[in-house]
Design a protein around this ligand. Structure first.
Ligand code: OXD
Length: 311
């Protein structure tokens, strides 16, 4: 019998995911790591930021499935090379992240914000319309999520450029920049900068003084990837010096964001609690179940994490 162990967070959360898998795959044994520890040896693990103890308790895993897109929460030094790790691909997350990016664009352009205050003051006043050509968007990262984010903003009429690690064909109607040499040209035309990069040794701290200084004046930054992409002090300084108009931040170095962190109270910074792309249980579990079926049939399984690249 196929045994699946769930280690995605709190006991309640593990149970909720276990219930969904039990419905989808009634013939499999589904166990929660918090309940069984090492007493049941599972074939597959479904994880989110797993403790390294999981890998000690579970020496017979054939593959690991991460319920999120980012795999930086997995300590790969603890996972034998023979055990492949797969990440979830989209499963409803990309469209949420596209919505979040649109929300950020609304904040950046002040398209609707003034009306909140106006309603409060019972004031009927139509603001000047915005011209999207004045708000070119730059998307850093172009996997499934970056693609949806970029396409959605393009559909709404924003000029969109994307920046990726290595050369590939340009998406329709967008400028594509690749590699560190083209980063300055990409930045100088990104008034709304959106980060959806994976967190790797190369991208940690990428949003720093040097990068921010290359954005056009009055730019806006949206981070929905990982906190450690950003040097917090540099972002605060760029906003305080008036070079950036503000930021929408969903991810942080430490989560929950510590109470005394200046982001909480900064008037130009909008903070959300890592909700830009939430893993939806049913579609995610369906995708993982389908991947496991393929794995069991020795078929190719998509979403394999390349360890050297960490995505
Ligand atoms: C993810 C996330 O990586 O939710 O999927 O942050």
């Amino acid at each position: 019998m196929t045994t699946l162990i769930i280690a995605v967070g709190s006991p309640e959360s593990n149970q909720r995911w276990a219930d969904v898998f039990a419905q989808l795959a009634p013939k499999w044994q589904i166990v929660c790591w918090d309940q069984v520890g090492h007493t049941v040896e599972a074939d597959f693990a479904v994880v989110w930021r797993p403790s390294i103890q999981l890998f000690k308790d579970q020496p017979r895993l054939q593959a690991i499935f991460n319920i999120g897109a980012g795999v930086d929460g997995i300590d790969f030094t603890q996972v034998p090379d023979s055990v492949p790790v797969y990440r979830v691909e989209d499963a409803g997350m990309a469209v949420q992240m596209a919505e979040y990016a649109v929300y950020g664009a609304m904040l950046a352009t002040q398209r609707f914000m003034p009306y909140v205050d106006q309603q409060y003051d019972k004031k009927w006043e139509q603001q000047e319309p915005i011209y999207k050509t004045e708000w070119p968007v730059g998307v850093m990262g172009y996997g499934k999520i970056g693609e949806k984010v970029a396409q959605t903003l393009q559909l709404l009429g924003y000029p969109v450029s994307v920046w990726v690690r290595s050369e590939r064909p340009s998406p329709d109607g967008m400028d594509l920049f690749f590699g560190s040499r083209s980063l300055p040209s990409f930045l100088e035309q990104s008034r709304i900068l959106i980060n959806v990069l994976p967190l790797t040794d190369e991208t940690r701290g990428i949003v720093n003084n040097t990068l921010l200084a290359q954005l056009p004046p009055q730019s806006f930054f949206i981070n929905m990837a990982r906190g450690p992409h950003v040097v917090d002090e540099d972002l605060l300084a760029a906003i305080d010096h008036g070079h950036l108009s503000g930021a929408l931040l969903d991810v942080f170095h430490v989560e929950p964001l510590p109470q005394d962190h200046p982001f909480w109270t900064h008037p130009a910074i909008h903070v959300t609690p890592h909700i830009s792309g939430v893993s939806l249980r049913e579609p995610t579990a369906q995708q993982i179940q389908a991947k496991i079926q393929l794995f069991l049939q020795n078929q190719p399984v998509s979403g394999l994490v390349e360890r050297e690249r960490m995505y």
